[in-house]
Design a protein around this ligand. Structure first.
Ligand code: BG6
Length: 487
């Protein structure tokens, strides 16, 4: 067995937006888990940056509150000793010289600058990092999505960041690529002889990708209302999942080998614009309803201003115009305030060409490979078998079910744990290259333009439902249904 975690060189990880939701809820817990696993070298430093007037102890207290609970207090204390805080404003000079001196005190450390702020600040922060010559040696910048709100704004950001950091130093994070099941897709597709011969339009009927959340937008309304589900989830996470399913086998796991193949998929996506958006896309917005057993307000009320044209749900039918996938629809669906938190990729195979069974045997169902990303990560392969026992030959559709937690007896690490250390190691395989982000916007922009031009409001759906009925009609028109694993 190879070791479960590889050592990394001592590093300084600077988190801009250090008091924000992502830093406190995801990044710091991920780093803490790596610390507990012994993967954070003792001299490494984690430095939170935000405008709030806190000192090191104040920041540690803030983190202690959010990290404590299930964790060992002694280990937490030891971890927090490696954490510091600086109050800085990207648009003001104050404090930057001191911060630069702090970083330069460890010239041999790998430097990671994590931009977990709103994208408008990426440009100012990078300009400062350049001005104070902090982009030297083994330094890298990490950009959180969304990178811009369309192709033009993404280009502006990428150009500005590119003036300070090379593309090889730039890590555009899409945390879905760090999820265990997504990486497992690589293992399943390219580590088994079984699937690849069938992985094409000759044998696959369609693919479904669902990312359903039960939560509403909560306190992220200000960001979300300017973004909406297409920019927040589809342009990045869901297209990346689609690429991992659809790409040709890369020649190796070398970063550009994988990213070249993903890029070809993005370039092959058929355009959805005002000529076909009404048939191929559905936008929805949640209204009051019941989620996780409690009454919840609708999206406009949650925002506080009672009115919004932003979608909190999208379903769409994408197609990839190449030899492997011609005619195979990829149905994508994502939304907030849906009945269950479930993310999955379903690969539905074509039916057998001829049935030898009589009608008493029951219907023949299609084989489906279901890759569950969450909540319980695993793989199910739905097969047709004979119902055991006497009484004639009756067919049953049953899953070969492998839950990773049960199979390996371990809690899967959070996606950020893997990705943060990949940045420190300088491995960009699971990060988006600039041309991928651009290609994804090139596909998303005409959809956004078509929606804007139509002037139609998103279709309302009750919180706790599976979105507007038009999303069901979208797939049923093609004689197919959304996957329901309970069947
Ligand atoms: C983020 C989106 O990128 O992903 C959020 O901005 C969304 O709106 C989140 O809730 C979902 O991530 P996960 O890992 O909880 O599925």
């Amino acid at each position: 067995m190879s070791p479960s975690s590889l050592p990394v060189d001592p590093f300084d990880l600077v988190i801009f937006g250090g008091t924000g939701d992502l830093a406190v809820r995801k990044l710091l817990p991920a780093l803490f888990h790596r610390f507990v696993d012994g993967q954070i070298p003792a001299s490494s430093r984690i430095i939170g940056i935000a405008r709030e007037a806190l000192d090191d102890d104040g920041y540690r207290e803030l983190l202690r509150t959010s990290l404590s609970g299930t964790v060992d207090a002694t280990q937490l204390d030891a971890f927090l000793q490696q954490v510091a805080y600086r109050s800085l404003d990207a648009r003001k000079d104050e404090g930057w010289a001191d911060f630069a001196a702090l970083i330069k005190a460890q010239p041999d450390h790998v430097r990671v600058f994590y931009l977990s702020t709103s994208p408008e600040l990426f440009v100012d922060i990078c300009a400062r990092l350049g001005q104070y010559e902090l982009n030297k040696g083994a330094s890298r910048v990490v950009m959180e999505k969304p990178i811009g709100r369309d192709l033009a704004s993404a280009n502006q950001i990428n150009d500005a960041v590119g003036r300070v950091f090379d593309e090889s130093q730039t890590f555009r994070i899409d945390h879905y690529l760090g999820k265990e099941t997504v990486q497992n897709l690589l293992a399943l597709r390219f580590g088994n002889a079984l699937f690849e011969p069938l992985w094409n339009a000759g044998h696959i009927d369609h693919v479904q990708i669902t990312v359903a959340e039960t939560l509403g937008v909560g306190h992220r309304g200000a960001y979300y209302d300017r973004a909406g589900a297409l920019r927040d989830m589809v342009q990045n996470h869901m297209l990346q999942l689609l690429c991992m399913v659809a790409m040709e086998p890369p020649s190796s796991l070398a970063p550009d080998a994988v990213r070249d193949e993903k890029l070809k998929v993005l370039h092959s996506l058929k355009t959805i614009d005002d000529s076909n958006a009404a048939q191929l896309t559905v936008r929805g917005q949640y209204r009051a309803g019941v989620a996780e057993g409690a009454s919840v307000p609708g999206y406009p009320d949650e925002l506080g201003h009672g009115k919004s044209n932003t979608e909190t749900f999208v379903a769409l039918k994408a197609e990839i115009a190449n030899w492997r996938w011609a005619g195979v629809p990829f149905y994508l669906r994502t939304g907030k305030r849906l009945p269950n938190r479930v993310s999955e990729i379903v690969v539905a195979f074509k039916p057998v060409p001829h049935s030898i069974f009589d009608s008493a045997a029951g219907p023949l169902a299609q084989n489906r490979l279901v890759l569950r990303l969450q909540p319980d990560e695993g793989v199910k392969l739905w097969l047709t078998i004979k119902h055991p026992g006497p009484g004639g030959l009756r067919l049953r559709h049953v899953p070969l079910d492998m839950s990773f937690a049960e199979a390996f007896g371990v809690q899967q690490p959070d996606a950020y744990e893997r990705l943060l250390l990949d940045v420190v190691r300088g491995n960009p395989t699971l990060f988006m290259r600039r041309d991928e982000v651009e290609a994804a916007w090139r596909w998303a922009d005409p959809i956004l333009a078509a929606w804007a031009a139509s002037g139609e409001a998103p279709r309302p759906y009750a919180a706790g439902s599976w979105g507007p009925s038009a999303a069901v009609a979208l797939i049923e028109r093609d004689g197919r249904t959304w996957n329901d694993d309970s069947e």
